[in-house]
Ligand binder design. Structure first.
Ligand code: BG6
Length: 463
């Protein structure tokens, strides 16, 4: 059924392809014989032959794949990979690509744009010259556009070329196991669903901390920054799942509808400098392809509100940053304390690298004492080797979903549009308000000002 299918990656020598896509294809090969993916065309500018590329890809698989390396599995994957050298910004070169596809008998296409968003339009223009491309599917990496206006233009371009329902806007956080689990944790447990509101919760903190810096992506990142790279997409997706009303059904349309209502209810902070901290790690300006006077933020922490009946008045804190002391992504729900001298109950949904749920609540100190102490229950889902082997990584899930035509868990245009509107407005505000960029030490937990931001409201980041 998938025999005439060709999976083409634009940006075949980029960071995303070697860290995520090739390892995901290897895992799929191992898990199900790679049935969906019979042929893979990797497009890049470098002077590789297919066999040189396959050798490079072997290292990436050994280093980054979830499942352990097995020579025979890798060989099967490698046989499917063809490297095609071209400059994808040169429209004339698409005639050659068309001839190449004809020669290999490619009839059904999936194009994966693993390139910076500013190249999407030129690739689509080029694909006009490729027979059958219009009927193919396209997977677009985030960020979708660089701001609202660019995203809208791009969307028009995409929808004008590809058939309806063939555009897959990927947000790989939606493929993460514990992100998918948030709904179940919220709605299948009355102990949480009955107290999931501003009346019972003091604040909700969404953190995505990374140890890596910008690596080889300085050129892209410097035009983007933490707000556009992580917050506008991944973290807003999580925010909306955490804050939405229970969807009427499991259908993706119902979930999208509820997520949209949250995005529409986001209110802009009145005083931006009291609601936001931006940072840049020391040494960032010396990274390859980064401007020597760059003011791009590699860290952002924001305090925001969802102005609806459930959440009015309760702050959501969102932070993300690079070159920090740990890699950790979590959603911490801090409940209201029943009395000033009693610690709050805390539910922490651990998304990565450990997947699990931590719950902290109050008990009496054992023995004759009546003191209150905290019980800390820590459920680790990913600690079981069975779960680890059986749980596909986000990109595996989403690539397979695209092959099968399953459109749930991909971002919809209206969501992207609404989150750009918000992020653009925040950026305008902080440009006007002159929010400073705090320099922080690589390997630290970010700028001190981020802790002070929460302290000034009587809160602190949960670690
Ligand atoms: C990408 C961002 O979307 O997500 C990167 O562009 C970031 O800057 C990455 O490092 C993080 O993904 P993960 O799955 O490692 O948390």
């Amino acid at each position: 059924m998938y025999n005439e299918q060709v999976f083409t990656i634009f940006g075949g020598t980029g960071d995303l392809t070697f860290r995520k896509l090739i390892p995901a294809l290897y895992n799929m090969e191992m898990a199900d014989g790679g049935e969906y993916c019979p042929r893979i065309v990797v497009i890049g500018r470098r002077e590789y032959t297919s066999s040189m590329y396959r050798e490079k890809a072997r290292d990436w698989v050994e280093k980054f794949a979830r499942l352990s390396y097995k020579e025979e599995v890798y060989e099967k994957l490698a046989e499917k990979i063809v490297y095609y050298r071209m400059d994808f910004t040169d429209e004339a070169s698409y005639e050659g690509l068309d001839a190449f596809y004809r020669e290999m008998g490619a009839k059904k296409h999936i194009f994966y744009f693993a390139v910076a968003p500013r190249f999407f339009e030129i690739i689509v223009s080029g694909l006009h010259k490729v027979d059958g491309a219009r009927d193919g599917k396209v997977v677009l990496e985030k960020p979708f556009g660089e701001d609202l206006a660019a995203a809208a233009r791009l969307n028009e371009e995409m929808e004008g070329f590809f058939s309806q329902g063939h555009i897959y806007r990927i947000d790989h956080y939606l493929g993460k196991e514990m992100v998918r689990n948030i709904q179940t944790i919220r709605f299948a447990n009355p102990i949480f669903s009955n107290v999931w509101d501003a009346g019972h919760i003091e604040c909700i903190q969404i953190s995505a901390m990374e140890e890596v810096g910008v690596e080889s992506r300085g050129g892209y990142y410097d035009r983007s920054g933490a707000l556009k790279d992580m917050m506008q997409n991944h973290l807003f997706q999580i925010l909306t799942i955490v804050a939405m009303e229970q969807p009427k059904s499991q259908e993706v349309e119902d979930m999208h509808r509820e997520q949209m209502k949250v995005l529409e209810a986001l209110s802009l902070p009145e005083n931006i400098s009291e609601s936001m901290v931006l940072g840049q790690y020391d040494g960032y300006r010396k990274e390859p392809s980064v401007r020597a006077d760059s003011s791009t933020e590699t860290y952002a922490a924001v305090r925001l509100f969802v102005d609806n009946d459930r959440w009015r008045g309760m702050p959501f804190y969102i932070r993300t940053g690079k070159k920090l002391d740990k890699r950790e992504m979590q959603v911490a729900v801090v409940f209201k304390s029943p009395a000033p001298d009693i610690e709050p109950d805390i539910l922490n949904i651990k998304i990565q690298p450990t997947e699990g749920v931590y719950l902290q609540f109050n008990i009496k100190k054992p023995g004759e004492s009546v003191d209150v102490i905290q019980a800390k229950m820590d459920f680790c889902q990913s600690c079981s080797s069975v779960n680890q082997t059986n749980t596909p990584e986000a990109y595996e899930r989403l690539i397979a979903a695209c092959f099968k035509g399953e459109r749930s868990w991909f971002s919809k245009w209206d969501q992207i549009e609404a989150s750009w509107k918000y992020v653009d407005a925040i950026r305008d505000k902080y440009r006007l308000g002159g929010v400073p960029i705090h320099v922080y030490k690589p390997g630290s937990d970010g700028p001190d000002a981020a802790e002070q931001l929460l302290n000034s409201y009587g809160h602190s980041w949960f670690d």
